[in-house]
Design a protein around this ligand. Structure first.
Ligand code: AMP
Ligand code: TRP
Length: 338
């Protein structure tokens, strides 16, 4: 059986890159996977770096609202926050005992996030990819849609699943396939076409947040970095022009066309014209999503209800896997033990 699992950390500043590179693709996958989809808000992952408790809670609701506002159907898919299903932490522990330090030492995201002060990083930040493996393996997900940056973590999940199955000579875990979305959905910073648009960029001008209103979107596009040349009439002319390439890529992704079509339409015209058209398009595509997000976040009771319902449904699947894993590992269950 095909099943999708994916997740986003509730760490604030949800942006256009998250929308075009992740959430929007998931919306399109719902039907393909017969609504056998699980979309998680990974709050256990979020606390691998310090978080303010009130903000963590607000950001968890914000990501939930973004999923629903973008078109993920909470009745037909499972939407929940990770910490509500304790099996994630439980399976992560078991997998921690099967993941060699050497494998984790190779993870580039840990090196980036820990920086020079590796000794000061939390053990949880080091074990982050094992928790991610637990998320996926718990539901025996067959397909995991993620961005290019998560590919290494996904390969590790497959390695851990394989090592566990071999160690216990069982087939408890399904090896998940990565579904990496193409380069067209790699959205770059509006201030620097060589850096990814990111939640953690200190400049608010670098990203379009899903909480921005029409004026903010237009202002940010107007101030986006460009070069003095006119737009090229074909994509080859974007080479060596990262900012131009990014804006053309964003336009193409928002319009659902390829970069060649955008170049055909705007080739020879200056950035002032192009930015005006881009901001109109961005507002047209994003404002229904952002408006719906605002409406949903104003109703935390509804959001919390979706999460509670999702957690109950996720928990039911997870507990079946966990009882099998407990047996495989040799843990006595309360009933057997009593
Ligand atoms: P993060 O914001 O790093 O928690 O990522 C959440 C999801 O959004 C992941 O699937 C990422 O691959 C995707 N994502 C994050 N930033 C971008 C970006 N600038 N362009 C495209 N996808 C992105
Ligand atoms: N690490 C992922 C990210 O930063 C988020 C994540 C956690 C995830 N668990 C997952 C993604 C399981 C896919 C499947 O984007």
């Amino acid at each position: 059986m095909k099943r999708i699992f994916s997740g986003i950390q509730p760490t604030g500043n949800l942006h256009l890159g998250n929308y075009l590179g992740a959430i929007r693709n998931w919306v399109g996958m719902q039907q393909d996977f017969d609504f056998n989809c699980i979309f998680c808000i990974v709050d256990l992952h979020a606390i691998t770096v310090p978080q303010d408790p009130a903000e963590l809670a607000a950001n968890t609701r914000e990501v939930t609202a973004a999923y629903i506002a973008s078109g993920i159907d909470p009745k037909r898919c499972i939407i929940f926050n990770q910490s509500m299903v304790s099996a994630h932490a439980e399976l992560a522990w078991v997998l921690n005992c099967h993941a060699p330090m050497g494998w984790l030492n190779r993870m580039t995201q840990f090196k980036e996030k820990a920086g020079k002060r590796r000794d000061a990083a939390a053990v949880g930040l080091f074990a982050y990819p094992v928790l991610m493996a637990a998320d996926i393996l718990l539901y025996r997900a067959s397909d995991v849609p993620v961005g290019e940056d998560q590919k290494q973590h996904l390969e590790l999940s497959r390695d851990i699943a394989g090592a566990f199955n071999r160690h216990y000579n069982c087939e408890a875990f399904v090896l998940p396939e990565p579904r990496i979305f193409g380069a067209a959905t790699r959205v770059m910073s509006l201030r620097d076409g060589t850096a990814k648009m990111s939640k953690s960029d200190p400049s608010a001008w670098s990203r379009i947040n899903l909480s921005d209103d029409a004026d903010a979107i237009a202002q940010k596009i107007r101030r986006a970095k460009t070069d003095p040349e006119a737009l090229p009439s074909e994509p080859a002319g974007l080479e060596g022009r990262p900012e131009a390439e990014n804006l053309v890529g964003i336009h193409a992704a928002l319009a659902g066309v390829d970069e060649a079509a955008v170049c055909r339409e705007f080739g020879g015209r200056g950035f002032a014209d192009f930015k005006a058209a881009l901001s109109e398009l961005a507002v047209e595509v994003l404002s229904p999503v952002t408006a719906e997000m605002r409406r949903l976040t104003a109703d935390p009771g509804y959001i919390d209800g979706v999460l509670a319902d999702g957690a109950a449904r996720a928990g039911a699947i997870a507990s079946v896997t966990m009882s099998e894993i407990r047996k495989v590992v040799g843990f006595l269950t309360p009933r057997q033990g009593a």
